[in-house]
Each structure stands twice: as structure tokens, then as C-alpha cells.
Design a protein around this ligand. Sequence first.
Ligand SMILES: N[C@@H](CCC(=O)N[C@@H](CS)C(=O)NCC(=O)O)C(=O)O
Length: 203
Amino acid sequence: MKLIASLTSPFARKVRVVLLEKKIECQLEVANPWLPEASQQVPNPLGKVPVLVLDDGSVLYDSRVIVDYLDHISPVSRLLPKETRPLAVVKRIEALADGVLDAAINIFLEYKRPAGERNTAWMQRQMEKVVRGLEALAQDLGDKNWMYGTSYSLADIAVGCALGWLKLRFPDLTWPQDHPNLAALYEKLGQRSSFADTLPPSS
Ligand SMILES: N[C@@H](CCC(=O)N[C@@H](CS)C(=O)NCC(=O)O)C(=O)O
């Protein structure tokens, strides 16, 4: 198996953390999806990473499909509940964490445009999604140790990767002060080798 990923992509990090937690061997091919030649390197018609290439050459995307697949192919460190309702809650938390990232990435891309060409109303709309999304995640966590139930799951991995990317790209956001429970979860996740070994480079 081969994972095509960029080292700064939070979605790819989610997959890399899952691979490490589940001790699944997988080759890593680093790709920058924003380069013009990426369409040849990234076998996803949407041009996005991560993409998992299976041993028979077939491909899987996006990150949510890949992590479900990985959790099913190995019984080591189950990250998804088996029962329908708990599974839906964990996947809903993952969707929310990914959605916070989608909105934050929209803002990040807008910042790459010259100042006079930025759509500030659009950026404000995206920031409101980030703020509301983080509020909801903090509410989901409450005073529990983990995002769902009493054990570590994919929900924690998705939230940890989202918070990590926000720290990298928007270090001035005040979510650690606004939501100390999320900050504590983030600290705890950072002590796991799966998170420490997948820290994004600063550029
Ligand atoms: N929903 C997708 C999102 C993937 C995504 O947006 N990846 C970004 C990198 S963080 C990308 O490849 N963007 C390139 C593009 O949009 O052209 C997933 O979960 O895998």
C-alpha cells in the first residue's frame, strides 16, 4: 500500500496517525497538490490528497473513506465503534473537525491573494464556521477524557489533527483560552507517538 500525501495536510495527517496507531505498514509518497504537475502524481480526479493506493493498484479517497477502510482491515487498536449509533456519532465528530478545517483552509487560501483582492465577507463567513465548529467540539468533549465515550477513537484523531493545523496556520486564534478542555485534549494527544511523529513542518 502507498499513501500519497502532503506533510502539512491535516487530512493526510489523520490517515498517517491511524496507520501508526494500527501499526499498518504503508509507503509514504509526498506530493504537493497545489503544483501544476500534481494532476499526474495524485490519482484523484479532484486533485486532492490524501490518496491511498492499494496493492492491486486501485485507489481510495478521501480521508474519511481511507480511515474507515484501515480500521476494517486490521483488528489492532480499533478506532471506530461497531454499533450503528455510536459509529454515527464518531463519524459526525470527524465530519465537524474536517468541516472546521475546510472553512479554515478557505481563509488560508484567501490570504494568499493580494490584500486588495480578498473577499473579506467570505473570510468572515468562514471564520464564523470555525468558531461555531470549535464551540460545538468543545461541547461534545465537555469534561470527558475523550471526544466520544470512555476511550480514544477516530473522533480524537480528527479533532487533534484539526487543532494541530489551526495551531500551525492560525497561531493567534484564541481557542486554547476559549476552550481549555480542547487545549488539554490537544496536549494529551501530542504525547502519543502517532501525533509526535506526524507533526507538520512549519512551511
Ligand atoms: N475531504 C478531503 C479533503 C482533502 C483536501 O482538501 N486536501 C487538500 C490538502 S489539505 C488538497 O489536496 N487540496 C488541493 C486542492 O484542493 O486542489 C479529505 O478528507 O481527504
